[in-house]
Design a protein around this ligand. Structure first.
Ligand code: ADP
Length: 494
């Protein structure tokens, strides 16, 4: 029976192919690192041909472990969002390096648009801010600065897409210049070129950003029979049945399928998404509105808030201060003392994200005394995660989306002390899945539902989610208040 799901999980630093059984267990995986190109300060680029070659090689490595391509019911793709690839529809080859989501080169254009008074309208229509992070201004930069991209636009052969779009093009015989040019609604909602309420890219928004709408892919569902791989690639055609941007995939992988359900991923930074149901999000607190899922044309939305510094603070303790040798030691250190001795860290090492949005802020450590040592600093670093998350919880609640439980994942979520502290400070249960690769699992759930292995996404999620560890809040209210007072005072010191 063909009941395996193949997931291509294309991240910022690596690309992977993962083979899932229909009950959500991981059967095999292969991974390859991606080269990061930093041509100038603030610029980050990837080679789209390398992404394709390495993703294909990983897929070819794991497919035999399913017993061959015919054993695979569906293929799901999840990807680093916002990164832009430009290619030629006739040759199927990239026209320039991909501009990665972290790249800040389009800040002058964003500033000009903000100064021209476009931000409020753009935010209302797209749910996003005028920030270089999103795809639209990256496309415009390529048109203005790469002659081959402009020439292809003039000749009508230019294709723009985010990375899932590029991979689908190549998988569907793009090598012969005849691939499917599609993007899923979650990735499309990160471009600034689609309205949150819209089902396709919007001419007026494309005109504002100077992007020809003819170069953009068709916006499609995130599960279903979306396309099929060229039979010559793997030996027979594999249906492409799931597509999602990484944070949306993780939210689905955490089974946040009902309004109010929330996941937080603690990696280098932290990304929090709350399911908003069918209502189009309009944040009064500078959170982002984004498409969470679209199946059979039916949309659900999410509110998204990101914190710039999470695990990278622990990395800084390890690499710059030498307080720990490995990140997990922060847990023993935090447990070795009853409190942080009044030490508080505001981890604004690269500015503060939501809900503060202060790019120029820099970190502070308050409350140091001669009694402060490694343990106090490690504990204060972990406490800062709950403090930052608490501020997000307040802002989400003020937008009408209070959290009932928080589902956590990402490398830092392995820290039990931090998980308990989150439950204590937020005053809600925190759940952590036994299988922490929620991004890939979410893509597998979409692909399984899309392939018809399950009647719908909720059934796929229920069958594939696996075991959970739960952390219940148990902190004394006075201790909690004292922590929050310390945090607010430290924030005011910025
Ligand atoms: P990313 O996907 O952003 O590369 P990961 O999800 O792999 O990040 O998480 C890695 C981050 O988590 C690192 O910054 C590391 O410092 C931190 N980290 C990993 N394990 C722990 C732990 N047990 N306690 C605290 N921090 C941790």
């Amino acid at each position: 029976m063909s009941d395996y799901i193949l997931v291509l999980d294309e991240g910022t630093t690596s690309t992977r192919a993962m083979l899932f059984a229909s009950d959500g267990t991981l059967a095999a995986s292969a991974q390859a690192e991606l080269t990061q190109h930093y041509p100038q300060g603030g610029w980050v680029e990837h080679d789209a041909a390398e992404i394709w070659d390495k993703t294909l090689a990983c897929a070819l490595e794991v497919i035999p472990k399913a017993g061959g391509p015919a054993m695979i019911a569906g293929l799901g793709i999840t990807n680093q969002r916002e990164t832009v690839v430009a290619w030629d529809k006739e040759s199927g080859e990239p026209l320039t390096r991909a501009i990665v989501w972290q790249d800040r080169r389009t800040e002058p254009f964003c500033l000009a648009l903000r100064q021209a008074g476009h931000e409020a309208e753009v935010q209302r229509r797209t749910g996003l801010m005028l920030d270089p992070y999103f795809s639209g201004t990256k496309m415009r930069w390529m048109l203005d600065n790469v002659p081959a991209v402009r020439a292809a636009a003039d000749a009508g052969t230019l294709a723009f897409g985010t990375v899932e779009s590029w991979l689908v093009y190549k998988l569907t015989s793009g090598a012969k210049g005849a691939g499917a040019h599609i993007t899923d609604a979650s990735n499309a909602s990160r471009t600034l070129l689609m309205e949150l309420a819209g089902s396709s890219f919007e001419k007026e928004l494309c005109d504002l950003f100077g992007v020809p709408i003819s170069a953009l892919p068709k916006v499609v569902d995130m599960a279903g029979n979306l396309a099929a791989t060229d039979p010559s690639l793997f030996g027979c055609a594999i249906p492409i049945t799931g597509l999602a941007g990484d944070q949306q995939a993780a939210t689905i992988g955490q089974a946040c399928l009902a309004p109010g359900q929330t996941k937080a991923t603690y990696g280098t930074g932290a990304f929090v998404l709350t399911n908003q149901g069918a209502a189009i999000p309009q944040s009064g607190h500078r959170m982002l509105g984004t498409v969470l899922c679209q199946i059979a044309g039916e949309r659900t939305y999410a509110i998204e808030g990101s914190v710039f510094v999470a695990g990278s603070l622990v990395q800084w303790l390890r690499d710059s201060l030498g307080i720990v040798e490995v990140a997990s030691q922060t847990e023993q250190l935090a447990r070795s003392i009853p409190d942080s001795g009044g030490v508080t860290i505001v981890p604004a090492l690269s500015g503060l994200g939501a809900p503060h949005w202060n790019a120029d802020a820099r970190g502070v450590i308050t409350g140091l005394s001669f009694a402060s040592g490694k343990a106090e600093l490690a504990r204060a670093a972990l406490e800062a995660m709950a403090h930052q998350t608490y501020d997000l919880a307040r802002a989400f609640a003020a937008d009408g989306t209070a959290w009932e439980t928080l589902r956590i994942d990402g490398g830092m979520a392995a820290n039990d002390w931090m998980a308990q502290d989150l439950a204590d400070m937020l005053g809600i249960p925190v759940e952590r899945p036994g299988f922490v690769e929620t991004t890939a699992l979410g893509a597998a759930m979409l692909a399984a539902a899309g392939a018809g292995l399950y009647p719908d996404l909720a059934s796929a999620a229920a069958a594939m989610r696996g075991t959970l560890t739960r952390f219940e809040p148990s902190m004394d209210e006075k201790v909690r208040e004292e922590r929050l007072t310390r945090w607010r005072k430290a924030l005011a010191a910025i």
